[in-house]
Design a protein around this ligand. Structure first.
Ligand code: KG4
Ligand code: ZN
Length: 344
């Protein structure tokens, strides 16, 4: 079964074709980093425009890379999936209209997918034997969530962020230090040259909850920078390393404690911040001690892409094919929450 998927929820325009929910036939991603870089954050209006400019060639490239033409869709593709939320309204609309048009023209079922489910399942595309139950840590520019994944489509959200998402904190600290956007990759790189022990930033654990909060940590970095005077390269590297260590300690500790408490033997991460090298190393190190397995998608599958939407769409589609016949009644949901669609 082949699913064609479209993802446009934020600043990546992406189209993909995936076989049986697991094997990527193609996954084309056009990033808008250059468009938003000078504003140090995603500008919604510019994101919608860039999606409109790019969606056609991204879609055509995805078909070409899978060795298909538009004429093959009727015969070879089983369903069209797209991200219907959460995300930026104008950006989501571009993906929805595109997916709806492909579905209409080819008489294919249309499956609406929650973007967060994409991140929850992205590791499945690289680990053929991986399946629920597992604990999912979603860490991106818009979300920080710990989710118990009991089964495909059956979730319990343990905790989310009360304020800034982890990626948002990376981006804001990078802006404060006059680095580039997005902040995560540059802080990750500079941290390797810094000493995380030189400055002690707070760890916002928020026990006994499973929630997160990164705005206090961000303020601690602001105050430190304000009181530091001129910053040379090595001081900037130390600030990056100390900030990154505080975020990673918090994320890794809460994740491992949750896995122990809820007896999950597998931890799966997703979202842009899951590309962070220290977070990956720390999780592996801490999980090993507890005999917990950690599944790390490659960096390209951590950030937004349509193959993860195809994977989630596949499991949703096979659970109730009849529901997805009617393509007319779809709408986008910018504030969509994670909901179960399976009651098994
Ligand atoms: O999942 P994603 O591509 O988009 C959202 O759904 O938000 O995540 C983007 C976020 C940005 O905040 C970016 O700074 C962060 O992921 N990010 C990283 C790294 N690579 C990307 N954060 C920390 N370390 C990284 N290596
Ligand atoms: Zn995302």
């Amino acid at each position: 079964m082949i699913i064609l998927a479209i993802e446009t929820s934020c600043d990546e325009t992406s189209a993909a074709l995936v076989m049986n929910g697991r094997r990527i036939l193609s996954n084309v991603v056009s990033s808008q980093e250059k468009v938003h870089g000078k504003y140090f954050g995603v500008v919604p209006e510019l994101a919608s425009r860039a999606h409109i400019e790019n969606i056609n060639w991204v879609y055509e490239a995805a078909l070409k890379n899978a060795r298909l033409t538009t004429n093959d869709i009727k015969k070879r593709v089983d369903a069209v999936a797209y991200t219907h939320g959460p995300g930026l309204a104008g950006a989501l609309l571009v993906g929805q209209v595109t997916a709806q048009t492909i579905s209409y023209l080819n008489d294919k079922p249309l499956v609406d997918v929650n973007h967060l489910e994409g991140h929850i399942y992205s590791a499945l595309l690289e680990y053929p034997g991986l399946c629920p139950p597992y604990l999912s840590l979603i860490v991106s520019g818009g979300h920080t969530e710990l989710v118990l994944v009991y089964d495909y489509g059956r979730y319990k959200v343990l905790g989310s962020t009360r304020d800034d998402a982890a990626g948002e904190a990376f981006d804001k600290v990078a802006k404060m230090l006059n680095l580039s956007y997005p902040g995560g990759p540059v802080i990750d790189k500079l941290s390797k040259k810094g000493n995380p022990e030189k400055i002690k930033f707070p760890r916002p654990y928020l026990w006994p909850t499973w929630e997160f909060s990164f705005s206090g940590l961000k303020t601690a970095v602001v105050n430190f920078v304000k009181n530091s005077g001129a910053l040379d390269k090595s001081k900037v590297a130390d600030i990056c390393a100390a900030f990154q260590q505080a975020v990673v300690d918090t994320l890794a500790e809460k994740t491992i404690q949750a896995a122990k408490k809820f007896k999950m033997k597998k931890v799966v991460i997703g979202g842009g911040v899951a590309a962070n090298s220290l977070l990956r190393d720390e999780l592996v190190k801490r999980a090993k001690k507890e005999k917990i397995e950690v599944y790390l998608p490659s960096r390209a599958l951590c950030t937004d892409n349509a193959s993860m939407i195809a994977c989630a769409g596949y499991y949703k589609y096979i659970s109730g094919k009849k529901k997805y016949k009617n393509w007319k009644t779809r709408k986008i949901e910018p504030n969509l929450k994670l909901k179960s669609w399976h009651n098994r």
